[in-house]
Design a protein. Structure first.
Lengths: 224, 258, 247
């Protein structure tokens, strides 16, 4: 990507005189485009401002990693690293269970890979585990990064994440909510978490994928 | 608002512990990096900003003339207060100090008082009428674990920089507040049978028991407090006290005796 | 006959400033680990720190609003921040300042993005020397940006005062205590006023002059707020570029 196409913007910065170029993280006033966020402004056809921080707001279809924080009559209340809790109804568990058994399957502190099934206008968030790729997490490790850096961790067309999985020999599940689950042997996990934190820190910089490849080569060759 | 620690995180910390490790690479007895910036608030008679890892605590000391307590008419007064302001942690709420804030303030106070760090007799101005009142105000700015030790360190560092503002009140020349001892509070959590000093937030959240030991420069103890709902064995207590003396000595020599 | 302090001599104030000169400002962003956004700011001898938490769940729940986030602002002075020790906890003054400061920032915050949540802004005054509310608003505005809160713009705040029958920018303690008037404002970079208070005595003409001077002060502060936010990531970009150059 050409460097001239990106710059740091703060809320209120004038980005364009052409209101047709207003993209995500921007607003239009008097036919001009301004930034709504503190972040990196990307100039393409549209101008989008990618925030550098902020809370995750769930959207239908997102994959998230949650931690059970309460168990009620027929729902697990799940912390999804957001201002809004997720509700996982007993019927969204992969197998049929009775209400009095809920605690046996998921209790406070249990981690799940879930999908956002629906979000209504009052921000009631329904989750599901009904998919083969989803379920409970019992081993491995979870780290949290800012959800705004998740697209960078995934990379264009999944390039970054598939490279990581290949080089690190780990299972990695990326939650849109900024929680990442990594499973593999201890050393690989240590390196994976270290790498993910570098990607988070340098998400806004150019040439990141190449640097990460280089970093992983140095780390793995130093070890062998 | 308390946040739930996931079982995966607990398992990870537990497994590390079994291998003799901590998440940030420290030894069980080791402290995070400490820094003390003195005299950061010019309006206070003494002040110190303590950083213990990412934990930040600001302590200000104000010294003003006032009335002595009726039962100690010839002695100065120490008043210690701690504000767990909501700026410092998502789990702190606005309002008057809760039991944690009060316990913290009382422990800081105990260190200063019981070590006889301040000679209260020398803080008498007119017997029975007017004495110096030393206010120690602890302001927690960023709670990344073990605010107890950071607060105690901040209090003694602020006292060591404090000036008695005699001139302002027409009571002679200003002079440095006499400080006779340097009490150091050292806190450990007990978790799965091991003791870890200077716990961070994660370690605090998984351990159910804490012990704070306050030691004096001569190696004696001037205050202790067990907190939390768990139990301690006699051996654990003795071990914590021994290491607290060593840690206290090191911190005292490195940061406060110059 | 009363003894009068001379505040301005040959156009120079007690602390050496000209009448249209603000005190030195220092801004640091991202100074607290636990908060979602934070800022430390010095304006002369004022030292304030601001933290933003949220958007997060509202407690108590009945304060929730269905279609937007609520904004809370808590202005608090440390006991040791002033000459004579202050009793801890809020007083009538800090309730009022919290209210007007919240209202100074609210116009630019896009609360509709986060229904049923709260954005908490906490400002701690560590050292006070006249102008703590304006310093607090300046710090809070930067902390909000740091927390990734969507906003139409930053807010900048500054006061003008009247001493020795002259209008001065950014009064310090003596000028505030013994001066004839004080007028703090806050505004958007576009010049929309979001906070206005005034106490003392001014002619209408003087109030116009004070307004213009305070707005100039706000514009200068805005440039500093903006710079600290931009530099934070430009530096990283530069550092990375240098690394690349070495490789």
């Amino acid at each position: 990507m050409d460097r001239m196409d990106r710059k740091v913007a703060i809320p209120g910065d004038l980005l364009s005189e052409d209101k047709g170029r207003s993209g995500e993280g921007t607003y239009v006033k008097d036919d001009k485009v301004y930034s709504l966020l503190y972040g990196i402004a990307n100039y393409r056809d549209k101008i989008n401002v990618i925030p550098l921080a902020g809370k995750y707001v769930p959207a239908t279809g997102d994959n998230v990693i949650g931690i059970v924080k309460d168990v009620t009559f027929s729902n697990w209340i799940v912390d999804i690293n957001s201002p809004y809790d997720g509700l996982l109804h007993i019927s969204e568990f992969p197998k049929r269970i009775e209400m009095d058994e809920m605690q046996n399957y998921l209790r406070i502190g249990s981690s799940v890979m879930a999908r956002v099934k629906d979000v209504d206008s009052t921000m009631k968030v329904e989750l599901t585990l009904n998919d083969r790729r989803l379920g409970t997490l019992k081993t491995g490790r979870i780290i949290e990064i800012s959800h705004t850096r998740v697209p960078r961790l995934i990379g264009k067309g999944g390039s970054m994440i598939s490279m990581l999985k290949k080089e690190l020999n780990c299972n990695i599940f990326v939650g849109q909510n900024g929680r990442i689950w990594v499973n593999g042997n201890e050393k690989e996990m240590d390196l994976a978490l270290k790498t993910i934190l570098i990607i988070e820190k340098e998400a806004h910089t150019n040439g990141l994928t190449d640097r990460i490849v280089e970093f992983l080569r140095t780390e793995t060759s130093a070890r062998s | 608002m308390s946040t739930v620690v996931s079982e995966i995180r607990k398992d990870y910390l537990y497994n590390l512990m079994l291998k003799g490790q901590r998440a940030d690479g420290r030894t069980f007895n080791g402290y995070r990096p400490i820094s003390i910036e003195k005299n950061v608030v010019q309006k206070a008679e003494g002040s110190a900003l303590v950083k213990l890892g990412k934990t930040q605590v600001l302590v200000g000391v104000k010294i003003q003339p006032g009335e002595p307590f009726a039962d100690t008419p010839n002695r100065g007064v120490i008043i210690t207060n701690a504000e767990l302001v909501p700026l410092a942690s998502p789990s702190f709420e606005p309002g008057p100090p809760n039991e944690f804030g009060i316990e913290l303030a009382r422990l800081v106070d105990r260190g200063v008082r019981e070590s006889k760090s301040l000679d209260l007799d020398s803080l008498c101005i007119v017997p029975g009428e007017k004495v110096w009142i030393v206010f120690i105000d602890v302001h927690i700015l960023d709670d990344c674990g073990n605010i107890m030790d950071a607060s105690s360190l901040g209090a003694i560092a602020a006292l060591l920089t404090a000036t008695v503002p005699a001139k302002k009140f027409g009571l002679g020349e200003d002079y440095p507040l006499p400080v006779n001892d340097i009490p150091i509070a050292t806190t450990a959590v007990v978790f799965g049978g091991v003791t870890m000093f200077d716990p961070d937030v994660d370690e605090e959240s998984i351990a159910d028991t804490k012990l704070t030991v306050i030691t004096r420069a001569d190696g004696s103890i001037c205050g202790m407090q067990k907190s939390g709902t768990g139990v301690l064995t006699q051996d654990e207590i003795y071990r914590i006290v021994d290491i607290a003396c060593e840690n206290g000595k090191e911190i005292r020599e490195k940061f406060l005796e110059s | 006959m009363e003894d009068k302090i001379t505040f301005i001599k040959d156009g120079i104030r007690l602390d050496g400033r000209r009448v249209d000169e603000a005190r030195p400002i220092k801004v640091e962003v991202g100074v607290l680990a636990r908060a979602d956004g934070s800022c430390y700011l010095e304006m002369g001898n004022n030292k304030v720190i601001a933290a933003v938490y949220g958007p997060r769940e509202v407690h108590p729940r009945h304060l929730q609003e269905v279609s937007r986030a609520i904004v809370r602002y808590r202005y608090n002075m440390a006991s040791f921040s002033v000459e004579e020790r202050r009793r801890p906890g809020p007083d009538r003054r800090s309730y009022e300042l919290s209210k007007v400061s919240r209202e100074a920032l609210s116009p630019v915050i896009l609360t509709s993005y986060f229904p049923r949540s709260v954005i908490d802004i906490f400002v701690e005054v560590l050292q006070a020397d006249a102008g703590t509310r304006t310093a607090g608003i300046n710090a809070a505005s930067v902390a909000l940006a740091d927390a990734g809160i969507p906003m139409k713009s930053l807010i900048s705040s500054c006061a003008a005062g009247k001493v020795d029958d002259q209008i001065v920018l950014d009064p310090m303690k003596e000028e505030d205590n013994f001066g004839q008037a004080d007028m703090p404002i806050a505004m958007t970079p576009g010049g929309e006023i979001t906070l206005l208070q005034m106490d003392g005595h001014m002619t209408v003409e003087e109030s116009h002059r004070a307004m213009e001077l305070a707005m100039k002060g706000c514009r200068d502060i805005y440039n500093m707020q903006r710079k600290v936010l931009i530099d934070r990531y430009s530096q990283m970009e530069n550092a990375t570029r240098q690394e690349e150059a070495v490789i």
